[in-house]
Design a protein. Structure first.
Length: 429
């Protein structure tokens, strides 16, 4: 099957259903010979920070000479970005070729009247075939949503279970308390694995500690309080942690917590017997890159993009803006999905802006209409400073008209439009 046909097949597989749970992905992988059983995983769950922590871990392990598969969701710039090895995307040829056995297996499931996989489950299964074919040493596997019933949780060989910052998001699926959400995330913890997390709210931390105890798994906690910031600007951050000094190039006040969590994860792998030197850790941390999270696209005026799509991420964005731009004014471009806590995000962010543009995330059925978002923003900002854009391009143009050279334009609310916005920014020069 060629790449275009493979992509079309996946797009059309939405009609199969896609219920939460592991039955469909389990049936599909059995037909494919359970390729995941021949792989070793670093499994990452959490509300915010999965991508950044994964970027640090991948960079360090690559520096140490390991072949690292990485499965990420959502992607920003290119569909094939979701399935990578050592930073290189899966080739179109390989994607199309590996879809053949997947399609054959789905046909058999259909004939047997067994549950059929969702697009995400198909992508997950195909990635396992690819990582096995390429003999990856580790697969860094990001949960799509939650943990316990996420399609990625079909794996068995979890060497490291990573739980990043937990906050309120996807409550309709994961529960409406921090404890319930933490229970879902902690579902990735399996006997024989090591577990690493950051210092969570007590309600979430208690759940993680209890699950580790039940499963007999050692827990490592990346304590941000043990790290000391030396210098920080938009290009780099230098900090000390456990008497060593590190430099990272991911911007944002929250990156200190993410970096410390990744370092705790590396320590857990060292304790498990994997050879990773301090020099490799330091070099890997410095080489790590992760776009779309407090990323500067241009200057004069500054244009910043950030995927902040829930209240906790909005709080971290706010802290980062105050940290890097303490004396500047802001023009915000905001677009969100209608199933997100957009009122809470608007309440936090809108008063901070001198002007704010409501936009609709393009080509997505989950998008909140710009007009509706505009009405919400007017609750927290003077109506004359709230603008509604009919398109992403109009939003960016409006933002540039409203901003002075010394101001900062910030686009946030969803990862879904960052790739398109980046291309638009390059095109508009």
């Amino acid at each position: 099957m060629d790449y275009i046909k493979a992509r079309t097949y996946i797009d059309e597989s939405h009609r199969f259903g896609g219920e939460m749970g592991l039955e469909a992905i389990t049936c599909l992988l059995e037909k494919l010979g359970n390729p995941q059983d021949d792989l070793q995983f670093l499994h990452i769950a959490g509300t915010n920070g999965k991508g950044s922590v994964g970027a640090y871990l991948a960079a360090v392990l690559q520096e140490a000479g390991y072949r690292i598969g990485r499965f990420i969701s959502p992607t920003l710039y290119e569909y094939r970005e979701r399935i990578q090895i050592n930073g290189g995307y899966i080739a179109e040829e390989a994607f199309g070729r590996l879809m053949d056995p997947v399609v054959k297996a789905i046909g058999e499931l259909k004939a047997e009247q067994k549950p059929l996989p969702s697009p995400f489950e198909i992508e997950t299964a195909l990635s396992f075939l690819y990582y096995k074919e390429k003999q990856c040493d580790f697969v860094l596997l990001e949960c799509g949503m939650g943990g316990k019933t996420d399609a990625t949780n079909v794996i068995r060989n979890t060497k490291l279970a990573v739980i990043t910052s937990i906050s309120m998001d996807h409550m309709e699926y994961l529960g409406d308390t921090l404890g319930a959400i933490a229970g879902q995330k902690a579902g990735i913890i399996k006997p024989g694995s090591r577990v690493v997390t950051c210092r969570q709210e007590k309600e979430a931390m208690d759940v993680i500690e209890q699950v580790c105890k039940e499963q007999g798994c050692p827990l490592y906690v990346g304590e941000k309080t043990q790290a000391e910031l030396v210098t920080a600007d938009l290009d780099h951050m230098v900090f000390t942690y456990r008497e060593e000094t590190y430099m990272i190039h991911l911007a944002g006040s929250h990156q200190l917590e993410n970096a410390v969590l990744a370092l705790a994860g590396i320590r857990a792998l060292q304790d498990a017997g994997y050879r990773i030197s301090f020099e490799q850790i330091r070099n890997g941390m410095e080489k790590a890159r992760w776009n779309g999270r407090f990323t500067i696209l241009r200057k004069n005026p500054y244009l910043v993009v950030d995927g902040a799509h829930n209240p906790d991420a909005a709080k971290k964005l706010q802290e980062s803006l105050r940290m890097y731009f303490p004396d500047r004014e802001f023009v915000f471009l905001m677009g969100v999905f209608r199933d997100k806590q957009y009122d809470a995000i608007a309440k936090r962010m809108a008063p901070m802006a001198k002007e704010i543009v409501a936009m609709e995330t393009p080509d997505n059925p989950r998008a909140l209409p710009a007009e509706k978002l505009g009405e919400v923003l007017k609750k927290y900002q003077s109506p004359e400073h709230v603008h509604v854009a009919g398109s992403l391009e109009e939003a960016l143009q409006l933002g540039e008209e409203l901003a002075k050279k010394e101001d900062v334009i910030v686009a946030f609310g969803s990862l879904s439009f960052i790739g398109d916005l980046t291309k638009l920014s390059e095109k508009m020069g």
